[in-house]
Ligand binder design. Structure first.
Ligand code: AMP
Length: 283
């Protein structure tokens, strides 16, 4: 397995492999791997001849300096897991090379970023789309794999890849969960024991809302209210950042549910912010 630290070396590696007729499947990450990341690597292995993983904690997508500082990192372990999982190359750039003195260029996707995490984390998606565009230019993949856990991010990347003619297929992987239902996240290790005990209520609350929808409820506010009261009972230590039912195409909030919608939430336990969602596929 190669570990490449500059965009120029990464591109040379990819061009050499592409010249041999090998397709490249790419998994961008911020490291500190869990089974969610590894599931995306498995999808990449099935879909491409060569698998590239990037590990880069991207400063421009953090809206809170303390969140960036405390973001968990363990590169040695990540590299070992990549080796075990059969990754061919790891792109591991540093922040100074990604954003040198005088850096001034940004990629923004309009509208899809106005809601959900875009509304509560100003500048977050501009940081995401910019870094993913830069990673795409360095890695030159045929396809890239993203997780449904960050559903809004995945929609925005799909839009960017189509709008800007990247010619890269975007593949989505399902949400991988702990046995108690908590969506795996690198941030979970920052939860205190009592917070960790309460955190599965995020998923069970979403399932309670889904249950109402399965039984015919179509008022978005009823689903959101059910989630809020579930959390108030099961997770008194939680503070809801948002709970929204949004149209799956536009990500705009809906009052009445028609067709496919996403019920998405962000919840704080102390200063740890966790997200989760359920896709409700209409008839
Ligand atoms: P991150 O390292 O948090 O930026 O995540 C890298 C990729 O892994 C993103 O495409 C995420 O959506 C995906 N991911 C994170 N958590 C999970 C999970 N629990 N299940 C599946 N994919 C995930």
């Amino acid at each position: 397995m190669e570990v490449l630290e500059s965009a120029a070396k990464m591109r040379r590696w990819s061009l050499a492999n592409r010249a041999r007729g090998q397709s490249i499947a790419f998994v961008p990450t911020m490291g500190f791997f869990h089974e969610g990341h590894l599931s995306l690597i498995d999808i990449a292995k099935q879909r491409g001849d060569r698998v590239v993983v990037s590990i880069f904690v991207n400063p421009t997508q953090f809206d809170r300096p303390d969140d960036l500082e405390t973001y968990p990192r363990d590169t040695e372990r990540d590299l070992e897991l990549c080796r075990e999982r059969g990754v061919d190359a790891v792109y591991f750039p540093n922040a100074e090379a990604m954003y040198p003195e005088g850096y001034a260029s940004w990629v923004t996707v309009e509208r899809l970023g106005d809601y959900l995490c875009g509304a509560s984390r100003p500048g977050h998606f501009r940081g995401v789309t910019t870094v993913v565009a830069k990673l795409f230019h360095a890695v030159l993949p045929d396809l890239a794999v993203f997780g449904q856990k960050d559903a809004q991010q995945a929609k925005i990347i799909l839009r960017m890849a189509a709008d800007l003619d990247f010619g890269i297929e975007i593949v989505l992987g399902g949400i991988i969960r702990e046995p108690d239902g908590l969506a795996m996240s690198s941030r979970n290790v920052r939860l205190e024991a009592e917070q960790r005990k309460q955190a599965p209520a995020i998923h069970s609350g979403l399932l309670a809302a889904r249950e109402l929808w399965s039984n015919g409820e179509r008022k978005a506010s009823v689903l959101s209210e059910a989630f809020r009261s579930h959390l108030a009972r099961q997770a008194p230590g939680a503070r809801i950042d948002y709970i929204e039912v949004v149209d799956w195409s536009s990500l705009a909030p809906v009052d009445m549910i028609e067709g496919d919608v996403l019920i998405a939430t962000a919840v704080f336990f102390g200063d740890v912010r966790l997200i989760d969602n359920e896709l409700l596929v209409g008839e």
